[in-house]
Design a protein around this ligand. Structure first.
Ligand SMILES: Nc1nc2c(ncn2[C@@H]2O[C@H](COP(=O)(O)OP(=O)(O)OP(=O)(O)O)[C@@H](O)[C@H]2O)c(=O)[nH]1
Ligand SMILES: [Mg+2]
Length: 209
């Protein structure tokens, strides 16, 4: 499952320049956390309605400039549903950075970061674990006072520290924070794509080389 090199025609993002360095991003996390909405908010700068939120964003490339370096930023959306547990890892090989999304309105989705997503990443990454950006999406829900089950920034940061990830917050709905999420991810990915040798896993326990 390699990344397609085209973006939807109505995208506001430029296509990658020929010969630019490829940085592969995989976006994963619970079913309904808002991965596809987040990817679309980045690609097209708008919030998708229910009819549009199909799998049209599963893989695309955009041209990004990071400190004067032209990057072919390959964004891969995934499906969180359990039924895709065997199919999803097919996209992992060659990943330079991962965005792990949870919903600020779902404590379960944050819990699953450690119980489901980290084990899955570790299992399939072999000894090369890419840098992770843990992202709280749907922060707009914090303004909804009828919503009782919210995740605080502190709770998210605590998990991020435990798993050795960057922590960022955004709302695909309002667009707030979306640009920063992908900017940080791309920069981490560029660093990883520069890395000539394998990196040890050092998540809490002893380093394995
Ligand atoms: N309030 C709010 N709702 C959001 C936001 N992002 C996504 N949603 C809603 O959350 C639901 C799930 O969004 P998706 O983008 O389909 O979630 P997903 O993570 O791609 O789900 P799967 O593809 O099934 O794994 C939809 O009803 C979206 O409209 C957000 O930032 N704020
Ligand atoms: Mg989706």
């Amino acid at each position: 499952m390699e990344c397609a090199s085209v973006l939807k025609s109505n995208s506001t993002r430029p296509p990658p320049q020929e010969g630019s360095r490829a940085v592969k991003l995989v976006v994963l996390g619970d079913d309904g956390a808002g991965k596809t909405s987040l990817v679309a908010a980045y690609a097209d700068k708008r919030f998708l309605n229910d009819d549009e939120r199909k799998d049209i964003y599963d893989a695309f490339s955009v041209g990004v400039d990071i400190e004067g370096k032209a990057i072919d930023f390959r964004v891969n959306d995934t499906v969180g549903e359990e039924g895709y547990d065997r199919l999803r890892p097919l996209v992992y090989p060659g990943t330079h950075v991962m965005i792990l999304v949870y919903s600020a309105g779902s404590p379960d989705s944050l819990r699953n970061v450690q119980t489901k997503w980290l084990p899955e990443i570790d299992h399939h990454a072999s000894i090369r674990v890419p840098p992770l950006v843990l992202v709280a999406n749907k922060t707009d829900l914090r303004g909804d006072h009828d919503k009782e089950t919210l995740v605080t920034t502190e709770q998210g940061k605590k998990v991020a520290r435990k798993i050795g990830a960057e922590h960022l917050e955004c709302s695909a709905k309002t667009g707030e924070g979306v640009e920063a999420v992908f900017d940080v991810a791309c920069r981490l990915g560029v660093g990883e794509s520069d890395r000539p040798t394998l990196r040890p896993i050092c998540r809490g326990g002893p380093c394995i080389i």
